[in-house]
Ligand binder design. Structure first.
Ligand SMILES: Cc1cc2nc3c(=O)[nH]c(=O)nc-3n(C[C@H](O)[C@H](O)[C@H](O)COP(=O)(O)OP(=O)(O)OC[C@H]3O[C@@H](n4cnc5c(N)ncnc54)[C@H](O)[C@@H]3O)c2cc1C
Length: 372
C-alpha cells in the first residue's frame, strides 16, 4: 500500500468513520475529519514537493476520495472540491498560498455555479470590473461546497475586458462584500456546506487572477474538468462499495427464524446483491481506465472522463436503490446505515456537468459534433 493510502486508511477508519453519522444527522461540517486529513498531510496531496506537498496527482486524488466516501460522503466531497481547486492553484497561484495548502493550513473549493447560469458553469453571468490596482467582483454563486469553512474560493466570472466566456480568480472567504446568508440543508452530503454566496463589489488584487483574463474556459476544461469528473466518480464509487458491503453483511446476517434461513438464502436477494457488485465494479473499471487514459495521453481520454461521471452518477442511484430494496424496512429506517449512502449518491447526477448534460456532450462527441 502506498504511503498516502496508509495515511488515508488511518484517518478514514477512525475519525471520519466515528463522525460520519453525526455529520449527516446534524448537517454539520466535518471539522474533526478535515482537521485529521490536514494533520496527516493529505490536504497537500496534490501540492508539489517543492512547496512542501506530497507531490501526487490525479490517481492519488481518486484513490483518496473513493476511500473517504466509503465512510462519509460529505468529507469525500469537501476533499474532492479542495483537490479541484488545488489543481488550479498549483498551476497559477502564489507560492505562499501553495505553501499554506501543502502545510494543511488552507482549505479551498470551487465557486463556479451561479444562480443565473445554473448548472452551465462554463458560462458565468457574474461580472468583474477594474478598480485601481485591482478588480471588483459581483456575483450570485448558487452552490459552494465548504462555503463557510474554505479559506479561499476558485471563482469564475465574465472577463474584465478580454474576449472569452470567463476569467478565474482566487477569492478569500473573508473578503469584504462576501455574504453567505443561510446554512446548507440538503437531502444528502449534508455536511458539505454547499451554500449560496453573494459577492457585492468584492475587491481582489490584480494577482488574484488565476491564468489570464478571458482564459477561464481553458482552466475549467483543461484542468478542473478531468479532476472534478474523476474524483466525483470516485466519490460515487466509494458510496457504492460501502453500500454493497453493508447490504451483503445485512443479508447474510439477517434471519427468518420460522424458516431457519438467512435473507441471503433467497436467490432473488443474492441476484440483487450480485447486480450491485457488478455495477460497482463496472464503474471502478471505467474510472481507472479513464485515469490510465489521461496518464498515457490516450486519444479517448476526454471521452472516458465524460463517460465515467455520467455512468457513475446514473449507476450509483441504481446500486443504492437495490441496496434499499434488499435491506427492506430495516433500510427505510437507519438500522443498516444504507439510506445515508442512498441520499448521498443522488448528488453526483445533479453536480455539473450533470448526467443529462454529459449525455449531450458524449452524444455530440461520438457523432462528430463540437461540444460547445
Ligand atoms: C451537494 C452539491 C455540492 C455542490 N458543490 C458545488 C461547488 O462546490 N461548486 C460549484 O460551483 N457548484 C457546486 N454544486 C452545483 C452543481 O455543480 C450544479 O451546478 C447544480 O447542482 C445544478 O443545479 P441547478 O438546480 O442549478 O440545475 P439546472 O441547471 O437548473 O438543471 C436542472 C435539470 O436540467 C438539466 N439540464 C440542464 N441543462 C441541460 C442540457 N443542456 N441538456 C439536458 N439537460 C439539461 C440538468 O441535468 C438537471 O437535471 C453542488 C451541487 C450539489 C448538489
Amino acid at each position: 500500500m502506498s504511503k498516502y493510502m496508509e495515511l488515508v486508511e488511518q484517518v478514514a477508519s477512525t475519525v471520519v468513520r466515528e463522525n460520519a453519522i453525526k455529520v449527516d444527522t446534524e448537517g454539520s461540517f466535518p471539522e474533526a475529519s478535515m482537521a485529521a486529513l490536514a494533520e496527516a498531510g493529505l490536504l497537500g496531496l496534490l501540492s508539489a514537493k517543492d512547496v512542501g506537498g506530497v507531490g501526487e496527482g490525479l490517481r492519488a486524488g481518486v484513490d483518496v476520495v473513493a476511500r473517504l466516501a466509503q465512510e462519509c460522503g460529505s468529507t469525500a466531497m469537501i476533499t474532492c472540491m479542495h483537490y479541484c481547486a488545488v489543481a488550479v492553484i498549483e498551476r497559477y497561484g502564489s507560492e505562499s498560498v501553495r505553501r499554506d495548502i501543502a502545510a494543511g493550513n488552507h482549505l479551498s473549493t470551487l465557486a463556479f455555479s451561479e444562480s443565473g447560469s445554473r448548472s452551465h458553469f462554463w458560462a458565468p453571468v457574474s461580472n468583474a470590473t477594474k478598480d485601481g490596482h485591482g478588480y471588483r467582483l459581483n456575483a450570485r454563486k448558487s452552490w459552494v461546497t465548504s462555503a463557510n469553512y474554505a479559506d479561499s474560493y476558485v471563482w469564475s466570472s465574465q472577463p474584465v475586458e478580454a474576449e472569452g466566456p470567463s476569467t478565474i480568480w482566487l477569492v478569500s472567504r473573508t473578503s469584504e462584500g462576501i455574504q453567505i446568508p443561510e446554512p446548507f440543508n440538503g437531502l444528502g452530503l449534508r455536511g458539505n456546506d454547499s451554500t449560496p454566496i453573494t459577492a457585492e463589489s468584492v475587491f481582489v488584487p490584480a494577482a488574484a487572477i488565476l491564468g489570464s483574463d478571458g482564459a477561464g474556459f481553458d482552466v475549467m476544461m483543461g484542468i478542473v474538468l478531468p479532476y472534478f469528473c474523476l474524483m466525483n466518480t470516485a466519490c460515487s464509487l466509494g458510496l457504492m462499495q460501502a453500500a454493497t458491503q453493508r447490504t451483503a453483511v445485512h443479508a447474510s446476517g439477517t434471519r427468518y427464524e420460522h424458516m431457519e434461513s438467512a435473507l441471503s438464502d433467497l436467490p432473488t436477494i443474492r441476484a440483487y446483491i450480485a447486480r450491485m457488485q457488478c455495477k460497482t465494479d463496472m464503474v471502478k473499471t471505467l474510472l481507472y481506465d479513464a485515469v490510465a487514459a489521461i496518464e498515457t495521453g490516450r486519444d479517448d481520454a476526454q471521452l472516458r472522463v465524460l463517460e465515467s461521471k455520467a455512468c457513475a452518477g446514473e449507476v450509483a442511484t441504481e446500486v443504492l436503490d437495490l441496496g434499499m430494496r434488499v435491506c427492506g424496512g430495516a433500510a427505510f429506517r437507519k438500522d443498516v446505515g444504507v439510506e445515508r449512502y442512498f441520499r448521498d449518491a443522488r448528488a453526483s447526477g445533479v453536480m455539473a456537468p450533470t448526467t443529462d448534460v454529459l449525455y449531450d456532450f458524449i452524444g455530440k462527441a461520438v457523432t462528430g459534433m463540437p461540444l460547445f
